[in-house]
Design a protein around this ligand. Structure first.
Ligand code: ADP
Ligand code: MG
Length: 292
C-alpha cells in the first residue's frame, strides 16, 4: 500500500468518526471474515438501570436495594453504578462498607452493619455457598426478557434478585444485518449469563453466542477462532476487553470506552456507532483495490 492511498483512507475514516490507527489495521480489515462483539457497552448503551427488585420473604425492596447499593458504591462496574442509582432514586441512606472485594466479572462483597453482603452473578454466590434455588425461577424469567439477574445474599442466605436492563444501541440491529449481509460471521462475546445474552442476541439477529466468559478468557475465544483459520475483528469497550482487542487481527474500540481498550485497538469508533465496522471495511477494500 502506498503511504498516499493509506493517508486518504485514514482521512476519509476520520471524517466519518472511524479512527484508523495505522496502515496495518486498514490493510487487514478487508480480510476479516469474523466479527466478535462484546455485549455490554458495545451492542448495548452501557447505561444499565434497575428495572425490577424481587426480595425473598423477610426482606423489603428498599432493604435489598440499600444493602446491595452500600457495597456497590465501592464498585467501578456499570452494574454497580445502576444499583447505586436505584438506591439514590429511592432516597435511601447508604451505610458504610468494609472488607470490600470485587472479583472481576463476578460481583462484589463486603461487610455492612455487621452483615456479610454478596452481590453478583449466580456462579459467584454459589461458589460462596449460597443456595439460590428459591430465586432461580424469578431470575430466569427476568433473563428471558434480556435483563441481567443480579443476586444478593446476606450472611450466606439468599435475600433477593435485582433485574438490570441495558437498552440495545439504536442502529445496532441494522449494523449487524449489514455485516451479516456482507458475508461476515457475527459472534457475541460476553461475561453475562447465557439466557440474557441469547435474548439480546435474538433481538439483534446474532445467532452465535459465547456467554459466561470470564474477562481473562475473552482473548482465548479470539485465539481459538484465529487457530481455526479465521481473520477476526473484535469490537469492545471495557477494560476487560482490552486483551481480546489486542489479540484480534483488528481490534475495534468504542469511543466512549475505557482508555486501555482504545489503546489496544487498531480502530476506534468515535461515536460508538457499530455501522463504523462496515464503513471501516469498505474503506479498507477501496484503499486496497486502489493499490492493486
Ligand atoms: P460484559 O462482558 O457483558 O461486559 P462483565 O465481564 O463485566 O460483563 O461481567 C460479567 C458478569 O459478572 C455480569 O453480567 C454480572 O453478572 C457480574 N458482575 C460483574 N461485576 C458486577 C458487579 N459490580 N455487581 C454485580 N454483578 C457483577
Ligand atoms: Mg463491555
Amino acid at each position: 500500500a502506498t503511504p498516499m492511498s493509506i493517508m486518504v483512507g485514514v482521512g476519509k475514516g476520520a471524517r466519518m468518526g472511524v479512527l484508523i490507527r495505522d496502515a496495518e489495521a486498514l490493510e487487514r480489515l478487508e480480510k476479516v471474515d469474523t466479527v466478535l462483539v462484546d455485549k455490554t457497552g458495545t451492542l448495548t448503551e452501557g447505561k444499565p438501570s434497575v428495572t425490577a427488585v424481587e426480595p425473598v420473604a423477610g426482606f423489603g425492596e428498599d432493604d435489598l436495594v440499600r444493602l446491595a447499593a452500600a457495597v456497590e458504591r465501592s464498585s467501578e462496574h456499570p452494574l454497580g453504578a445502576a444499583i447505586v442509582a436505584a438506591g439514590k432514586d429511592r432516597g435511601l441512606d447508604l451505610p458504610v462498607v468494609s472488607d470490600f472485594a470485587a472479583p472481576s466479572g463476578k460481583g462484589v462483597s463486603g461487610r455492612v452493619e455487621g452483615k456479610e453482603i454478596a452481590v453478583g452473578n449466580a456462579g459467584f454466590l454459589e461458589a460462596e455457598g449460597v443456595d439460590l434455588s428459591a430465586l432461580s425461577g424469578p431470575a430466569d424469567e427476568l433473563r428471558r426478557d434480556g435483563a441481567t439477574a443480579v443476586f444478593v445474599a446476606v450472611d450466606g442466605r439468599p435475600a433477593g434478585v435485582l433485574a438490570i436492563a441495558d437498552p440495545v444501541k439504536a442502529g445496532a440491529e441494522e449494523a449487524i444485518r449489514e455485516l451479516k449481509g456482507s458475508g461476515l460471521r457475527v459472534v457475541m462475546l460476553t461475561g453475562d449469563n447465557r439466557t440474557t445474552a441469547e435474548a439480546v442476541a435474538r433481538r439483534l439477529g446474532i445467532d452465535e453466542v459465547h456467554a459466561d466468559v470470564l474477562p481473562e478468557r475473552k482473548h482465548e475465544v479470539v485465539e481459538t477462532l484465529k487457530r481455526e483459520g479465521r481473520v477476526v475483528a473484535m469490537a469492545g469497550d471495557g477494560v476487560n476487553d482490552a486483551p481480546a482487542l489486542a489479540a484480534a487481527d483488528v481490534g475495534i474500540a468504542m469511543g466512549a470506552g475505557a482508555d486501555v481498550a482504545i489503546e489496544s485497538a487498531g480502530v476506534t469508533l468515535v461515536r460508538g456507532d457499530l455501522k463504523g465496522i462496515a464503513q471501516a471495511r469498505a474503506l479498507s477494500k477501496a484503499t486496497m483495490s486502489n493499490i492493486r
